[in-house]
Design a protein around this ligand. Sequence first.
Ligand code: FE
Ligand code: FE
Ligand code: ZN
Length: 303
Amino acid sequence: MLIIGSHVSFGKTQLMGSLKEALSYGANTFMFYTGAPTNTVRKPINDIFTTDAYEIMNEEGIDLQNIICHAPYIVNLANRNDEDKYNFSVNFIKGEVSRCEKLGITKLVLHPGSAVKITSEEGINNIINGLNRILTPECKVQILLETMAGKGSELGCTTEQLKQIIDNVTNKKCIGVCLDTCHLNDAGYDMQNFEEYLDDFDKQIGLDKIGCIHINDSKNPKASHKDRHANIGFGYLGFDALNNIVYNPRLEKIPKILETPYIGDTDESKERLYPPYKFEIEMFRNKKFDKELLNKIRNYYKN
Ligand code: FE
Ligand code: FE
Ligand code: ZN
């Protein structure tokens, strides 16, 4: 069975709100941030929303194990120029881990970090040190390092770098990887030749370490190091390559999460944006590209 969903908001009713949004897209999984991805302000987890969500998930046959949390992307474990800031980052991710534990979520996606004014070697060592402080032996959450596009001084944009981090994390069962198809393309991997990428990943790290896949098209050609997501079939990867990844038998049990951009209205004065996920998910279920997709989305949400 295809396990597919999208990024959704967490909002006022927390897991319940995320679940309802995901169901409105016809999804059977989803990914959320516990607050704004761009800041570190977080509200405590409310158990009532969580148990209500569990009840509906039960009815809908949604497996909690497939639901993904994403840490905010402003936390940078690679940067240790300021020890107080570094400690804040470590403690913040510890907080994210315990929020996940409270929600029963077992997978937390993390951008490894950026080497600002330091060498990548130093950056990687800071990430390893940070992860070893976060991932205690009692930890019930697996941190999934996301494959990055290599924008600026981003780390984790090669399989080798991810392997180096994972090899040096003590608590091996609590570390894994989240592939992102747009980022892989932008980092220089050929997504038309995904089997080759997977074979190499398997040799270096092991396919069992893949815990999630972000399915995005890219606005830029291979090796552009840009990180700008495009709607499915409307970028350089194209529908067929992405559809092959979604249905790759080696990744059957891995949740697929869309992080494609919202669609603007054709009437630009309206400044309205529509989520594409219901229609992109449907396209994957039908295994067929719909070149009228963007207009369909606008018409559906317009009124
Ligand atoms: Fe991400
Ligand atoms: Fe991503
Ligand atoms: Zn991205």
